[in-house]
Design a protein around this ligand. Structure first.
Ligand SMILES: Nc1ncnc2c1ncn2[C@@H]1O[C@H](COP(=O)(O)OP(=O)(O)O)[C@@H](O)[C@H]1O
Ligand SMILES: [Mg+2]
Length: 261
């Protein structure tokens, strides 16, 4: 279980998150959605201990503030929104960073398994900087997977925190990456993913938290969050949610309603 309560984050002089509470269960994919700048990344960074916050974050029953770095690293892995690298690392070297320490032997060939999992077998000798944005994003996912490969260890779930994991991907690779996340949850792990694409979110999420201006407007099952009025209010545009007869949920942007300046 991941339980964040009364999270407030200030960056510079402004308060970015205002008393936010959020929950995620293992064996589920929990999505965080909301407009640009609403605080999704900030909430994720607070819950992974990467941003200072007031409030409490419990992961698997313990307060993350009292956990040691290596304990957290073996319990959860984080895919940041952007991962620029200043040095010319190869793909193999980047994915190896996910292993718990540079000297840990790669038991079971995890690095190669992770690369195969994201469809990048054969890329291990390439330079990270020379890959496309979408390929780099999947290399980073392989790094994250190699860090917490087994979704459950000693009866304890492990967690993936993914900040816009499919933002640079074509639709085929979007589905591939969402399926990897779903499989991780189906195997008992926890997944928390910041998402922009509401249709993919509708297809894959078990629970959705909708954030607007640093507050959670609603966290609930997808059908209770993917509501016309609620989404229109959050995204400041008119949204209609449609459910085709046999094939899940889809959304179409409908009409902009921004006032002219
Ligand atoms: N280091 C910072 N200092 C001041 N403001 C920041 C900083 N980082 C982000 N912000 C602001 O915090 C708000 C939330 O940002 P973020 O959590 O990244 O939004 P998003 O929902 O798009 O992920 C935005 O208004 C952003 O401009
Ligand atoms: Mg963000």
């Amino acid at each position: 279980m991941l339980k964040a309560q009364n999270i407030t984050v200030s960056l510079g002089k402004s308060e970015i998150l205002h008393d936010v509470s959020f929950e995620a269960k293992p064996a589920q994919l929990t999505a965080i959605v909301g407009p640009n700048g609403s605080g999704k990344t900030t909430l994720l960074r607070a819950m992974t201990g990467d941003a200072e916050y007031s409030g409490t974050v419990e992961l698997n029953g313990h307060d993350i503030k009292t956990a040691r770095a290596w304990e957290l690293a073996s319990e959860r892995a984080v895919l940041p929104q952007a991962t620029p690298l200043a040095f010319p690392f190869t793909v193999l070297e980047v994915v190896r960073l996910g292993l718990n320490s540079g000297v840990t032997a790669d038991k079971g060939g995890l690095v190669m398994r992770a690369l195969r999992r994201v469809g990048l077998a054969g890329f291990e000798g390439r330079f990270y900087q020379e890959l496309s944005g979408g390929e780099q994003q999947r290399v980073q996912l392989a790094r994250v997977l190699s860090q917490v490969w087994e979704p459950v260890t000693d009866d304890t779930p492990r967690w993936l925190f993914l900040d816009e994991p499919v933002s640079a991907l074509d639709i085929g690779h979007q589905l591939q990456v969402m399926q990897i996340a779903k499989d991780y949850a189906d195997a008992g792990g926890g997944v928390v993913a910041v998402m922009h694409d509401l249709n993919l979110t509708a297809m894959f999420a078990d629970s959705i938290a909708l954030i607007s201006e640093g507050r959670v407007l609603r966290q609930a099952a997808p059908e209770a969050v993917l509501q016309d009025e609620l989404l229109s209010r959050a995204y400041q545009c008119s949204v209609r949610v449609n459910t085709p007869p046999a094939d899940g949920t889809y959304l179409l942007p409908h009409a902009a309603s921004f006032a002219a300046e």
